[in-house]
Design a protein around this ligand. Sequence first.
Ligand SMILES: [Zn+2]
Ligand SMILES: [Zn+2]
Length: 259
Amino acid sequence: MIIDSHCHLDTKVWGDDDGVDAVVQRAYAAGVDRLVAIGSGYGFDSAARALAVARRHTQVIAGIGLHPHDAKEFTEEAWESLLELARDPKVKALGEMGLDYHYSFSVREQQLVAFRTQLRAAKKLGLPVIIHDRESGGETLELLDQERAWEGGVLFHCYTGDRATMQKIVERGGTISIPGIVTFKNADSVREVAREVPIGQLLIETDSPFLAPVPHRGKRNEPAFVPLVGAAVAALRGMPAEELCQITAENTLRFFRWD
Ligand SMILES: [Zn+2]
Ligand SMILES: [Zn+2]
């Protein structure tokens, strides 16, 4: 079994529903069994688009939320409509959410409000959270601690942080997802983390449409490439790719409470 634990199947990327469905079919053809569609990162309304894909495909679930880049869009009204969608049984997580001080497309205060509000909502809804963390200088962990978010399930997606932070995350019971960056020449620190995350807390993802793994680097990324990520991580850990994919798939099902 192989699962892409994080991909953006948004019509803003793939043109229309047919374009999105073709991406899903190519993933199946490449041996990918299931996909997690992320409804976050393309504006507040990307949540509805991710849910639509999940409703059309039995092997696709959705995580929906407000990306730190879009935190400036946070309004009471938009938030209420997102909460409405989150009650759909096909929504298995809130996110991606978090802090991104690399781009700072939204100011820090807005990012903190959006993040905190979503963490609290996830608790009420009984959903795990998908975290996007970039150059937050430890603030993301602090907030997760303050809000006691760990027990509900916390996934750091597209992990490019350092080893010390990885250890803090796994100590707290968090999960780490490794992207295709692990195949890039200059990504030694990602490889170090990919080797050392406890196997029961490890997932793999494409984060498509960006960050396509080698040999597709620079092209548009898609879930069909997630076996390349699995193979790269397996090689680092000295185990068969099939076994690594199976274990990370089982971890994904458990994390999202997905039957
Ligand atoms: Zn992200
Ligand atoms: Zn993403």
